[in-house]
Design a protein around this ligand. Structure first.
Ligand SMILES: [Zn+2]
Length: 235
């Protein structure tokens, strides 16, 4: 095989290997990312619950203030009742007392209702906090695992890079430019094998004359249909 063609076949192999590292790295990082996102979502939920509970606590303290008012009112009415002179006055005070007692009862019921909501929200929060600490432990574990995995991948990648750099240093500049131009659109299929007399980039049949040139492998031959660089394997 022509030396330049051989170099191109090798170079395209290195380039493909280098590109293949990206999905491998992403795959390793994915587990971490998914768990992290789950953890962040739980943190947001916890914060939301905290905000809701503090809102309800404000409502509760407002209701408590009303309770104090109603209680004072009842006390006041009782005091006035003792001093009432006419029956009409007593009746009016009784009515006032009744209303205040009803309001007091309603406010107490409201407090009970709010406390129930707070309890239920706190219970939900506790569950989330437990789940979050579980996920955090998992994250620490994943982090340790992926860091060694990534290190191994990085080492492999550095080796391929070194091989590529060495090869590129030995290559003809014009051939390199030609290859890079094709690679711009063909990406990792800039240099493709011919199988069953078809280009393995565009899968079109190539004519006998081109095929013969590919088999001879004396020159760099491109596919007449797509322009990719062609080579015959195992020759
Ligand atoms: Zn082609």
């Amino acid at each position: 095989m022509n030396k330049y063609l051989q170099q191109l076949v090798e170079l395209s192999k290195f380039d493909k290997e280098i590109d293949d590292f990206t999905p491998r790295i992403e795959n390793v990082q994915k587990t971490y990312r998914v768990t992290k996102e789950e953890c962040d979502a739980i943190s947001a939920n916890i914060e939301q619950l905290d905000n809701e509970v503090s809102d309800i606590k404000v409502q509760k303290s407002q209701t408590n203030a009303h309770i104090a008012e109603f209680a004072a009112k009842i006390k006041d009415v009782a005091k006035k009742s003792g001093l009432a002179k006419s029956e009409k006055e007593v009746k009016a005070l009784n009515l006032e007392e009744e209303i205040a007692k009803e309001q007091l009862e309603a406010a107490n019921e409201e407090i009970a209702r709010l406390e129930k909501i707070i309890d239920s929200k706190n219970a939900s929060k506790e569950e989330l906090v437990a789940k979050k600490s579980e996920l955090e432990a998992k994250l620490t574990q994943i982090e340790a695992e992926i860091s060694s995995e990534l290190e191994a991948i990085e080492k492999e990648r550095a080796e391929v890079y070194a091989q590529k750099t060495k090869l590129v240093g030995e290559m003809n500049q014009k051939i390199l430019t030609f290859y890079e131009k094709i690679r711009k659109w063909a990406h990792n299929s800039a240099v493709v094998p011919v199988r069953k007399q078809a280009c393995y980039g565009c899968f079109m049949q190539i004519n006998d004359k081109t095929f013969a040139a590919v088999v001879r492998a004396e020159d760099i031959v491109t596919c007449p249909h797509c322009g990719r660089i062609l080579y015959k394997e195992n020759i």
